[in-house]
Design a protein around this ligand. Structure first.
Ligand code: SF4
Length: 65
């Protein structure tokens, strides 16, 4: 699976890092990021929840490779 954050869309709300801190963090600019691919599969459910809660729809969680 794959977790991506559209940095052009991200509004820096921090919701993703609050919802799924295992997967997301805010970078130095306050934008959401999913820096560790090894965490994605284990926390897929939380990542999907965060994607649904992102106020600007910047998070994409896709299954497969
Ligand atoms: S929830 Fe969405 S808008 Fe907020 S920091 Fe994460 S990616 Fe950005």
């Amino acid at each position: 699976m794959r977790v991506t954050v559209d940095r052009d869309r991200c509004a820096g709300s921090g919701m993703c890092a609050l919802t799924a801190p295992e997967v997301f963090e805010q970078d130095g600019e306050g934008l959401g990021t999913a820096p560790d691919p090894s965490s994605w599969a284990e926390h897929a459910e939380a990542a999907a929840e965060a994607a649904g809660l992102c106020p600007v729809g910047a998070i994409t969680v896709s299954t497969g490779h």
